[in-house]
Ligand binder design. Structure first.
Ligand SMILES: *Cc1c(COP(=O)(O)O)cnc(C)c1O
Length: 388
């Protein structure tokens, strides 16, 4: 039942989410891909694996293979690789592409864990980096050096919802002989396909919208490059950052409903963003769907809708923000994002604490919302109460 990566290009997104890589089980007719909870596979004589793919589950597992084919299909990629977490996926990309002496360009707004990995781990291996504003292509071009091998981009970015022009960044990277990586966690492949815009590599924290139910940690890398796929596969097998079969299955299951969930996340976020923009205790709303957002036009060009993430600043500073975060009842005070339930958090003290004192430091009056798929008016009532 080795899944085929191709063959479904002519089907719509929702169809591919449910069928790509997921044929019925040839032996039993099981409609849903089984959880192959096995570490090893019987061989017919030494070296005689039964279908050529499976000998040990660190190397490959059929449930994981199905997930990889599904995700590759949704991002329009030739190759998909699933990892134990988003950070394992990012780490594998960085260590497959970069060598001591190489340099990368990183946005001034990025997931705190990505910044920590680059700043605290990779620099120890002789890799340099420059932080810049990715929404300004001229400043990206100015940050590129002869030894630059990667531009690392989030769009929308975490937590300030900055928008980078992915096609323009890809051109800047390619002019310099470098690659563009897009962390597409916030947009998901339903709203944005970076490879089609010219990016070379897409990474995901599948923990977020792809899994979609806050019950699994995982990551993925998608690319069209055959040789890079071999390097990533080799490194993953050598270092072992693989998801277990049950985690792969939960993610596969979550992705089947991505399209319907994302439509509701977007509907709700648009209503919440408007309500916040009109609220006297809110000084600024960061949501690319608002016409006043500086990246609105670029977002409208490269995304089909604007996503479910919103950040905003509280008029009473950090103490006001902390108090509001403690007063919601439907929005749970918690890290992470992208699940069906709404979450609120204070990036400065929670997800982005590792950026304190750096160029990526976030404002202390900032709150970030992951708008879930509950009833929108209940969510707005909850926020109004918390902001009183
Ligand atoms: C959560 C997140 C990550 C890290 O993913 P994990 O699954 O937590 O390891 C990377 N990038 C972005 C944008 C994220 O939100």
């Amino acid at each position: 039942m080795a899944a085929t990566l191709g063959g479904m290009e002519n089907f719509g997104f929702e169809t591919r989410a449910i069928h790509a890589g997921q044929g019925t089980d040839p032996r039993t007719g099981a409609v849903i891909v089984p959880i192959y909870q096995t570490s090893t596979y019987a061989q017919d004589g030494v070296g005689g694996t039964r279908d050529g793919d499976y000998e040990y589950s660190r190397t490959a597992n059929p449930t994981r293979t199905a997930l990889e084919a599904q995700l590759a299909s949704l991002e329009g990629a030739r190759h998909g690789l699933a990892f134990a977490s988003g950070m394992a996926a990012s780490d594998s990309v960085l260590r497959s592409v970069l060598r001591p002496g190489d340099h990368l360009v990183l946005g001034n707004d990025a997931y705190g864990g990505t910044f920590r990995l680059i700043d605290k781990v990779l620099t120890g291996w002789g890799i340099g980096y420059t932080v810049t504003d990715l929404s300004e292509v001229a400043s990206v071009r100015a940050a590129i050096r002869p030894e630059t091998k990667l531009i690392w981009c989030e769009s929308p970015s975490n937590p300030l919802l900055g928008i980078a022009d992915i096609a323009a960044l890809a051109e800047a990277a390619h002019d310099a002989g470098a690659r563009l990586v897009v962390d597409n966690t916030f947009a998901t492949p339903y709203l944005q396909n970076p490879l089609a815009l010219g990016a070379d590599i897409v990474v995901h924290s599948t923990t977020k919208y792809l899994g979609g139910h806050s019950d699994v940690v995982g990551g993925a890398v998608l690319t069209n490059e055959d040789e890079l796929r071999e390097q990533l596969f080799f490194l993953r097998n050598a270092s072992g950052a693989v998801p277990g079969p049950f985690d792969a299955w939960l993610t596969l299951r979550g992705v089947k409903t991505l399209a319907v969930r994302m439509e509701r996340h977007c509907d709700n976020a648009e209503l919440v963003a408007e309500a916040l923009a009109a609220h006297p205790k809110v000084t600024k709303v960061y949501y690319p769907g608002l016409a006043e957002h500086p990246g609105h036009e670029v977002a409208a060009k490269q995304m089909s809708r604007f996503g479910g993430m919103i950040s905003f600043r509280h008029a009473d500073g950090e103490s006001g923000a902390l108090a509001a975060a403690a007063r919601t009842s439907l929005f749970t005070l918690a890290e992470s994002l992208g699940g069906i339930e709404s979450l609120i958090e204070h990036p400065g003290r929670m997800t982005h604490a590792s950026t304190s004192g750096s160029l990526l430091e976030v404002p202390d009056d900032l709150l970030r919302l992951s708008v879930g798929i509950e009833d929108a008016s209940d969510l707005i009532t909850d926020l109004r109460h918390a902001l009183k």
